[in-house]
Write a protein that binds this ligand. Structure first.
Ligand code: SAH
Length: 363
């Protein structure tokens, strides 16, 4: 699919044509990655952050926000719940928190690996190569770092660099791959200032990076942030932050990157009033990320409004993740659920990380 065709699908509004797109993406999903839906338990490890991203509710300097950092024991308790829920993977996400010391994180990863046996995904922002290397050696298998938008000017405006340290997430993604991580990235849909060409470029970048995991969610304005306070730009070039457009990007990502793992994101679920997983999973996605952060902390990890109200793992009378997956006629994936893009990549780093059993595929 070329740029013009991508633009055509992105701008499509005809419901009949959109049904065709959903059907195609769902078919490719079924053929390439099957009916299993992998559950990734999400733990929001810390809301401390040194960055000033204009979209994010936990950005540095956010007034009146109580900051927290979970203890290792609290994370291990979440890991036990993840296992009980049928998750094969634990995702540790945080603000870009220097207080999360590299050695402490490495130790946590080692404990998680030995005590829970879960696959560990990190999403801790832009960190030094030596830190990433340490975490990989401790046994962390995956890293998520969204490039947010491929429009460099827009990226610089919404994600200011730290003084003297230009942010270059594409270089970070390359480094993560060299270190042997399974690499995920993604974008927000509907950022103020984001145009149609930008979205088509984002999709082409997913393809050229040959990503293992692709996370796409609608931008959800947070009233206490610069982007949440600013008037939304109007005009024919501005893309809307809608559920449907986010689904179009998910569906096209599936067509361009058929073997990637693609979540139906929490932001999609929040904006679609808890129907977002179902929409995503039937339009190309094959992963969901139930939030296992203890409720008291979850309310403080408000990167956008509404997400802390999603209590999909709480057993509070609402259908849980497993029920929601089964209700779609799909199955819950067992085991680590690594992406085919990664597992089948020729010449991928073969050395197992320290402390890990050698992978039978690598012998
Ligand atoms: N500090 C880490 C994790 C950030 S939170 C990092 O920067 O990588 C994970 C993702 O949430 C971000 O990458 C961003 O794409 C998304 N996000 C942040 N604020 C958002 C908002 N207001 N609306 C929708 N998604 C948002």
């Amino acid at each position: 699919m070329n740029h013009a065709e991508l633009l055509g699908w992105l701008r499509e509004e005809d419901p009949v044509r959109l049904e065709e797109l959903w059907r195609r993406a769902d078919r490719v999903r079924r053929v390439q990655v099957g009916d299993e839906v992998h559950l990734r338990g999400l733990v929001e490890l810390s809301n401390h952050c040194r960055r000033q991203c204009t979209y994010c509710g936990v950005r540095a300097g956010q007034r009146g926000l109580l900051r927290y950092r979970m203890t290792a024991d609290e994370v291990l308790a979440c890991a036990a719940r993840a296992r009980a829920l049928g998750c094969g993977t634990l995702v540790l996400q945080s603000g870009e928190d220097e207080g999360l010391e590299a050695a402490w994180v490495a130790d946590l990863v080692r404990r998680l690996k030995s005590e829970s046996g879960l696959t560990v995904t990190l999403s801790l922002g832009e960190r030094e190569e030596r830190e990433l290397r340490l975490w990989r050696a401790a046994g962390a298998e995956r890293y998520l770092l969204r490039f947010e938008t491929s429009n460099r000017r827009l990226y610089d405006a919404v994600h200011p660099s730290l003084p003297g340290r230009p942010s270059d997430r594409l270089a970070d993604l390359r480094r993560l791959r060299e270190l042997g991580f399974e690499v995920g990235s993604g974008v927000m849909v509907g950022l103020p200032g984001q145009g149609w060409d930008d979205l088509a470029d984002d999709l082409e970048l997913f393809r050229s990076l040959d990503l293992d995991m692709i996370g796409v969610g609608p931008f959800v304005p947070h009233a206490e942030t610069p982007l949440g306070r600013a008037p939304r730009p109007a005009g024919p070039q501005q893309v809307p932050a809608t559920v449907t457009l986010a689904c179009q990007v998910v569906a096209l990502a599936r067509l361009l990157c058929p073997r990637a793992n693609i979540p139906a994101t929490t932001a999609l679920d929040a904006l679609a009033s808890r129907r977002g997983w179902e929409l995503g999973l039937t339009r190309g996605a094959n992963v969901v990320m139930p939030n296992l952060t203890p409720l008291g902390y979850r309310a403080l990890y408000e990167i956008y409004p509404g997400k802390e109200l999603l209590r999909e793992a709480e057993g509070c009378g609402e259908p849980g993740p497993r029920e929601r997956v089964l209700a779609l006629g799909r199955t819950v994936g067992a085991g680590p659920g690594g992406s085919r893009a990664f597992v089948e990549r020729p010449g991928r780093a073969l050395a197992p990380s320290q402390g890990e059993e050698p992978c039978p595929l690598c012998l």
